[in-house]
Design a binder for this molecule. Sequence first.
Ligand code: SAH
Length: 253
Amino acid sequence: MVHFVGAGSGAADLVTVRGARLLGEADVIIYAGSLVNPALLDYAKDGAEIFNSAHMTLEEVVDTMKAAEAAGKMTVRLHTGDPSLYGAHREQMDLLDEAGISYDVVPGVSSFCGAAAALNAEYTLPNVSQSVIITRMEGRTPVPEGEKLRLMASHGCTMVLFLSTSLLDAAQEELLSGGAYTADTPAAIVYKATWPDQQVWHCTVGTLAETAREAGVKNTALITIGGFLGDAYDRSRLYDPTFTHMFRKGTQD
Ligand code: SAH
């Protein structure tokens, strides 16, 4: 059996309890070495075979899984953050289906959650934004027509940009041409969220590219954008003393 495990955003103790248990039981571990903290490999048992997928093709990864399966071994495929975001695990699952190999998925703490923690921020503040757009700037990987950054930027809601730190000159232009963010809209660059060397730079949409350039950040960073980084928001209804809901009677009907 193959277990796809979300490693979490960085810190080794942010993997789930289930993920850590499976790592400890695995005979074969294939980890995404470009982004997974190698400290996660400390959970492996003695004698586990470890492969770094940064140097492998899809076929090599799946062949390694097939060989393990044929030998009656259990494999953990360790993906950074949560596998469902830019994880490229769908294509692996499809090839495992073809080969008749069973698998399951253990979710992980995505880096966009790690970034919110690094910022002490809430993405969904009342009367600021109730939606989070997770997207990327188009680079070598194309983005569907309806998801071009300027269209996504027309909503003005909270936005988290993955895989875009080396494309910030173009991204900044797209963000501004959407019409909802201004050059003064707050933004933050979060480098290696939850890793020991995590760093945060607060800036604005108008200074994103310059801030990244001055900091020398090119990868392993998320760009967060929106009024959630500002000071103004409404209190929640849920904890408002006057507000009545299913679990609590408020002071007003
Ligand atoms: N599945 C992963 C994302 C993989 S795509 C997840 O759920 O987080 C790789 C991109 O994720 C990187 O280019 C970077 O933009 C972002 N990323 C991954 N880990 C990060 C971290 N600890 N801090 C900031 N960004 C991170």
